[in-house]
Design a protein around this ligand. Structure first.
Ligand code: NI
Ligand code: MN
Length: 224
């Protein structure tokens, strides 16, 4: 499996010839350069309905005949724009051809660019070939992360570090410890001035706790 950092909170996972997108904020994203037209995109998972996460999901879903999975209200919104959807909610195990997923709590708000209520905000846990990845979405530091460690035991976490709208560097270091993950990929930083951080300080602070930060530049990927 290959995990690619598109930029901001957008990731692409390539597994067995399929591509799964998470929070595909691409065309309006100043850091992103991702050619989704030439990928076999089957599923698009959305953590919540803010424009920097919903992004190009509806257009991609329609053009690629992919399915959007999102919390019920956001799924209905995407369906109203013509996309195929799977409306879900927090807690249930979702089965896909490529693995399993769970939507889990995130401490954040959620409304669409049109101002429609987008349902509750979520994080997403993926289990692909036994590798568990936690995409935190937009969230503050939360005690939920302790439960995520106990129940799901993720190996790698994708955590927002930009502050202002989400937790920042120092809270993300604590989150990584609560989650019990060995590796963290930081996200949701340096896209806009409000969320500019010194990402080297995140790496340094994590390392003092024996944890590894994998700093991916937009377009870079890792094999998992
Ligand atoms: Ni948000
Ligand atoms: Mn956001």
């Amino acid at each position: 499996m290959r995990l690619e950092y598109i930029a901001h909170s957008a990731f692409a996972i390539d597994v067995n010839g399929r591509t799964i997108l998470i929070d595909p904020f691409i065309s309006q994203n100043p850091l992103a350069n991702y050619d989704w037209e030439n990928r076999n995109i089957r599923d698009i998972l959305l953590t919540h309905s803010h424009g920097d996460h919903l992004g190009d999901a509806v257009e991609i879903a329609k053009r690629k005949h992919a399915t959007i999975t999102a919390v019920f209200e956001l799924a209905n919104y995407c369906a109203s724009k013509g996309a195929s959807v799977r409306g879900v909610n927090l807690g249930g195990k979702l089965n896909y051809e490529w693995g399993d997923a769970w939507f889990v709590p995130a401490q954040h708000s959620s409304s669409t660019p049109d101002g429609v209520y987008g349902g509750i905000a979520a994080g997403i846990i993926l289990n692909i070939n036994g590798t568990k990845i936690y995409h935190a979405g937009d969230t503050s530091l939360s005690a939920e992360m302790k439960l995520i460690k106990e129940v799901y035991k993720p190996e790698i976490a994708l955590l927002p570090v930009g502050g202002f709208y989400t937790m920042g560097v120092d809270e993300a270091v604590i989150a990584a410890q609560l989650l019990g993950v060995g590796k963290v990929i930081p996200m949701h930083y340096n896209t806009f001035p409000a969320i500019n951080v010194n990402i080297d300080s995140f790496k340094y602070k994590l390392e003092t706790h024996g944890l590894e930060a994998i700093i991916l530049k937009p377009g870079e990927n890792i094999e998992l």
